[in-house]
Design a protein around this ligand. Structure first.
Ligand SMILES: Cc1cc2nc3c(=O)[nH]c(=O)nc-3n(C[C@H](O)[C@H](O)[C@H](O)COP(=O)(O)OP(=O)(O)OC[C@H]3O[C@@H](n4cnc5c(N)ncnc54)[C@H](O)[C@@H]3O)c2cc1C
Length: 424
């Protein structure tokens, strides 16, 4: 390995998820010699796609929102061949599907927003005020608001408990991966703003195409996959094979559980677990690319992925994705299958389960007050980034990686060791 100044690299970044990839990309662009070490054989971390029995199945249901500033900045969206979901969602409530949509985008589909269908007049007024405020207010103002739980914020915004139960709780459970609505209201307002401003999409080759595109932009010498880091040393890292690499700065971009192992004393939030079931079906049970949420909360959300991208199936069968909180047992799966039968109005007995994936720590818990972005400085020469330092989202992970690169560069250039800011 080439050594300069006696060191293997100026900066070692541990973990090639979205945060580590963004951090490495910005450091490389600034002319820094970087090594990006990834334990797995591929990049992307939680953003990954499997090819299973001819189907394209992301590692858990996830979407790209085009309104994320980091997405606009970092990706060649055309090359990803994105296709959109229908704006809004279908809510299965009272035995039927009702459409919750943004009337400014799809007026002709907005009849379920007439008073008395999904919501009463008071809820509709509250919805208009909330949406106008979140859409138009500068993001900085949303960030600076006092924080509380989302449940409290919805009550304060004037929504009736009935509307929270029939719409917000089923819908937001799938966004937060928790159904108490105890997640930071600041995060909720940012999510709502993003939904109103952007479009949820899927790349033609699955979500794994996102990190693949970022990795392709790095010089070949930067990335080493299949290289787990065991521990940090005062001037670098120890790899699983016992060898050591030296660097002036080390950035831990591993996800929260591994981060606390590498940086004892780091405070990390708990994680949310989600399971996604993939069913192959002879004929599409819903002829549109729309997310459905369940008012009875037997699952988080479901959609026909092949209505978004027909290429997600290689044999013409439809691919249905359905997510549930936690790790369902066989009895829970039977409940989900029965619920899907009700929701899609079809016999699901013949649906073939082609894949099932459980993701532990899929998202960090974000209890209030949640700062939305934290310094990545942990100790002199040591940095930590990832969604758990910002928000549980692609935007949060990429923004945290960006911030890590900025803070590393500032410290390297001033050569004054940074004081520890957030070691606990
Ligand atoms: C099922 C699911 C659905 C989601 N849905 C959405 C969505 O719709 N929209 C959205 O915006 N966000 C969504 N997210 C959130 C988003 O994907 C994550 O917030 C983001 O990808 C986290 O990136 P990260 O870089 O912080 O961490 P990670 O992706 O966890 O990356 C950490 C990397 O570090 C590596 N690593 C760990 N330990 C070591 C070690 N010792 N040595 C070397 N490497 C190591 C790991 O292998 C991994 O590659 C979803 C997440 C999941 C799981």
């Amino acid at each position: 390995m080439r050594k300069t100044d006696g060191r293997d690299a100026e900066v070692v970044v541990i973990g090639a998820g979205m945060a580590g990839l963004a951090c490495a990309a910005d450091l490389v662009a600034a002319g820094v010699r970087v090594m990006l070490l990834e334990a797995a054989d591929t990049v992307g971390g939680r953003v990954a796609t499997d090819r299973v029995h001819g189907f394209t199945a992301d590692r858990g249901f996830q979407v790209l929102n085009t309104a994320y500033p980091q997405v606009k900045r970092r990706f060649d969206l055309r090359a990803l061949r994105l296709r959109p979901f229908t704006p809004g969602v279908l809510v299965h409530t009272g035995g039927e599907l009702r459409r919750f949509t943004d009337p400014t985008r799809r007026l002709r589909d907005s009849r379920d927003l007439l008073p008395g269908r999904l919501a009463g007049p008071r809820d509709l007024v509250a919805l208009g005020v909330l949406s106008a405020r979140d859409m138009l207010a500068p993001a900085a103002r949303l960030r600076a608001r006092p924080d509380g739980t989302t449940l409290t914020a919805l009550a304060d915004a004037g929504f009736s408990p009935a509307f929270v139960e029939s719409f917000f709780r089923p819908f937001l459970s799938g966004v937060f991966l928790e159904d108490e609505l105890e997640t930071s209201a600041r995060f909720f307002h940012l999510v709502w703003r993003t939904l109103l401003r952007g479009t949820a999409c899927l790349p033609a080759d699955g979500m794994g195409a996102l990190p693949a595109q970022l990795a392709a932009g790095l010089p070949r010498s930067v990335l080493r996959t299949g290289t787990p880091v065991l521990s940090l040393t005062p001037d670098g890292v120890v790899l699983a094979d016992g060898s050591e690499l030296t660097a002036a700065a080390t950035v831990v971009a591993t996800g929260q559980s591994a981060a606390v192992r590498l940086l004892p004393g780091l405070a990390v939030p708990s994680g949310r677990t989600v399971t996604t079931l993939y069913h192959a079906v002879g004929r599409s049970p819903l002829a549109e690319p729309t997310l459905i949420v369940d008012g009875r909360r037997r699952f988080l959300n479901t959609c026909v992925l092949t209505e978004v991208h027909p290429g997600y199936s290689s044999d013409g069968r439809a691919l249905v994705s359905t997510s549930v909180l936690g790790t369902p047992g066989p009895a829970d799966e039977a409940t989900v299958r029965a619920a899907l039968g009700e929701v899609y109005g079809t016999d699901t007995g013949t649906w073939e389960t082609v894949h099932r994936v459980t993701v532990q720590d899929a998202l960090p818990a974000m209890p209030p007050p949640w700062p939305l972005s934290r310094s990545t400085r942990f100790a002199p020469g040591r940095y930590v980034c990832g969604d758990h330092r910002a928000t549980g989202s692609l935007q949060g992970a990429l923004a945290s990686g960006t911030r890590a690169a900025r803070e590393v560069l500032t410290d390297l250039r001033t050569s004054v060791p940074a004081p520890p800011r957030d070691g606990g």
